[in-house]
Design a protein around this ligand. Structure first.
Ligand code: TYD
Length: 137
């Protein structure tokens, strides 16, 4: 259970004189799961912090396709990492038991999330103390 990892992804950009295109495919090197759900966060209230939870099993890739936001993660070993997602070809893979907070959203931020499972509240750990207990199991 106490496995979690966070990997920054440089997504492949197909660019030419017309502009840029990023294509994402499930079960690929960069998206190592079948994508069962897509959601996006936008129009965030200034100063808001979202997330504040971990997942037991879910795998996700986060991409800020417009604007910028910061993803702060705490790993099962207590290590903390912070990633600024500020370009549409930058992604963040989060797998397993990782406490995450999303903050410092720019006004135009649209945070796209690809997820490995359908929405399931039972997969959430929303209590930080419970997260810390799960980390030492
Ligand atoms: P919430 O977990 O608070 O979002 P965040 O991770 O950004 O803090 O979710 C907000 C609401 O949206 C909550 O009522 C649950 C609902 N929701 C869904 O119905 N499906 C989903 O896939 C997600 C991620 C949330």
């Amino acid at each position: 259970m106490n496995i979690g990892r966070v990997i920054e992804l440089q997504l492949q950009r197909h660019g030419d004189a017309r502009g840029s295109l990023v294509a994402l495919e499930g079960m690929s090197e960069q998206i190592p799961f079948e994508v069962k759900r897509v959601y996006y966060i936008y129009d965030t209230t200034p100063g808001t912090i979202r997330g504040k939870h971990a997942h037991k099993e879910l795998k996700q890739v986060l991409i800020c396709i417009s604007g910028a936001c910061t993803i702060e993660c705490e790993l099962p070993n207590g290590g903390k990492v912070s990633h600024r997602l500020d370009w549409p070809d930058k992604g963040l893979l989060i797998e397993g038991l990782v406490w995450r907070e999303m903050k410092d959203f720019s006004k135009d931020a649209v945070l796209l999330v690809l997820a490995s499972e359908h929405y399931d509240e039972a997969d959430y750990i929303r209590d930080y103390n419970q997260f810390k207990k799960e980390c030492v199991k």
